[in-house]
Write a protein that binds this ligand. Structure first.
Ligand code: GDD
Length: 341
C-alpha cells in the first residue's frame, strides 16, 4: 500500500507516519520548502522511520505540483493534513488562511478527480466548525456555525470534499476532530505552551506563564489515538464523516491546574479578568495577557463520538490527566537535556 501525506511535518504527520510504517506502507510526504529546509516533526522521528519516507518539497497551492505528484505516485491513500491550523493567526491573516486551506484543498480534490480517482482521501476537518454550538455534545449532525477565519476555511473545505465525493463518486472521508495534542504539538497551541511553561518552572525559571482565555471549554485528546481513527476511516467499505473526541470537556484553567499538579504545585486563583493570576506560596506562576485573547471564542466543546465508536470501533485510549502527564513529563525531560533556555 502506498500513502501520500500532506502536512507530514506537523504533529499528526508524526504519529500517522509511525502508524503507516508499522503497517508496511510506502510513505510519501509533502513539505513546503522554506529557507531553513526544516522538516518539522520529521526530525523527531526514529531514523529507521524517517529514512523510509520519500519527501516531495512543494506547495499545495501550486496545482501543477499537486497534480503531477498525485499522477506519478497514484497513492492508495491520501491524508490531507496540510493547513494553516492556528486559529489565533487566522484572525490576523484571514486571506492567507483561506488561500492555503481552501485553495490547497481544492487543488487536491481536482487532482484526485482528474488523475487518481481510486485514491482514498482523508480530509482534516475540525470541531471548530461548530463554533458556537446549538447543542452539547456535538456530533456529525450538529449544525456548523463557525466563528473564526480558520473555521470558515475548513467549512469551505468540508463542503468541497463532500461535493466532490457526491458529484464524482470519490472515496473521501472527513474527520471532524476535536482538539488533539501531544509531546510534539507546536508551542503556539495552549496545551504545549502550558506544558513547556510548567516544565521551565520545574527546572527553575521565574517567568510566569502568560495566557488568554482561561475559561475556554475544549475536548482534549491525544493525537496518537486520533491518527488511528483517521486511518480506520479509509479502511471502511464506504466514505463517510466522523467526529473523533473524548466526550469530556475541560477548561484551559483545568489544563493549567492539571499540569502544575504534575510537579506537585497546587495553584490558587486570585483576581478576575485581565487581573487574574495563578499563585502558589505567594509566587505568581500564571498571568492573563490581553495579547492572547481572541476577538471571538468558540464555545462549549464536547464530542459525541458514538458514530465512530459504532462504525469504526474507535475509542480514545488516553484520558485528560494522562495526556497532561505525557506532555509535562516530556518537556521536563527535554529541558533536562537541553538546559534551561
Ligand atoms: N493558543 C493559545 N494561547 N490559546 C489560548 C491561550 C494562549 O495563550 N490562552 C487561552 N487560550 C485558549 C484559546 O482561546 C482557545 O479557546 C483554547 O485555548 C485552545 O487554543 P489552541 O490550543 O490554540 O487551539 P484551538 O482550539 O484554537 O484549535 C486547535 O484545535 C482545533 C480542533 O481540533 C487547532 O489544532 C485547530 O487547528 C484544530 O482544528
Amino acid at each position: 500500500m502506498k500513502a501520500l501525506v500532506t502536512g507530514i511535518s506537523g504533529q499528526d504527520g508524526y504519529f500517522l507516519t509511525q502508524l503507516l510504517k508499522s503497517r508496511k506502507y510506502e510513505i510519501h510526504g509533502i513539505i513546503r520548502r522554506n529557507s531553513s529546509m526544516g522538516t518539522g516533526t520529521m526530525a523527531l522521528l526514529p531514523d529507521e522511520v524517517r529514512d523510509e519516507v520519500e519527501i516531495h518539497y512543494g506547495d499545495i497551492n501550486d496545482a501543477h505540483f499537486v497534480t503531477s505528484i498525485i499522477a506519478r505516485e497514484k497513492p492508495d491513500e491520501l491524508y490531507h493534513l496540510a493547513a494553516q491550523s492556528f486559529v489565533g493567526y487566522s484572525f490576523q491573516n484571514p486571506f492567507s488562511t483561506y488561500d492555503s486551506n481552501i485553495g490547497g484543498t481544492l487543488n487536491i480534490c481536482n487532482a484526485v478527480k482528474d488523475v487518481s480517482s481510486d485514491t482514498r482521501f482523508y480530509f482534516a476537518a475540525t470541531s471548530e466548525l461548530f463554533g458556537h454550538p446549538a447543542q452539547t455534545p456535538q456530533n456529525e449532525n450538529t449544525p456548523f456555525l463557525p466563528r473564526n477565519p480558520y473555521a470558515i476555511s475548513k467549512l469551505a473545505g468540508i463542503w468541497t470534499t463532500r461535493t466532490y465525493r457526491d458529484a464524482y463518486k470519490l472515496f473521501i472521508s472527513n474527520g471532524i476532530l476535536f482538539n488533539h495534542e501531544s509531546e510534539v504539538r507546536g508551542p503556539e497551541f495552549v496545551s504545549r505552551k502550558i506544558s513547556i511553561g510548567v516544565a521551565k518552572i520545574y527546572r527553575g525559571s521565574n517567568n510566569p506563564i502568560l495566557l488568554g482565555n482561561l475559561n475556554a471549554v475544549k475536548d482534549w485528546g491525544y493525537s496518537k489515538d486520533y491518527v488511528y481513527g483517521m486511518w480506520q476511516m479509509l479502511q471502511q467499505d464506504t466514505p463517510d464523516d466522523f467526529v473523533l473526541g473524548t466526550g469530556e470537556s475541560h477548561t484551559v484553567r483545568d489544563f493549567v491546574e492539571a499540569a502544575f499538579k504534575e510537579i506537585d504545585i497546587g495553584l490558587e486563583w486570585k483576581g478576575s479578568g485581565l487581573n487574574e493570576v495563578g499563585i502558589c506560596n505567594g509566587r505568581t506562576l500564571v498571568k492573563v495577557s490581553k495579547e492572547f485573547l481572541r476577538p471571538l471564542e468558540s464555545e462549549n466543546y464536547r464530542a459525541d463520538y458514538s458514530k465512530a465508536k459504532k462504525k469504526l470501533k474507535w475509542e480514545p485510549k488516553t484520558n485528560f490527566q494522562q495526556l497532561v502527564k505525557i506532555m509535562v513529563r516530556n518537556d521536563i525531560a527535554r529541558l533536562g537535556k537541553a538546559g534551561l533556555e
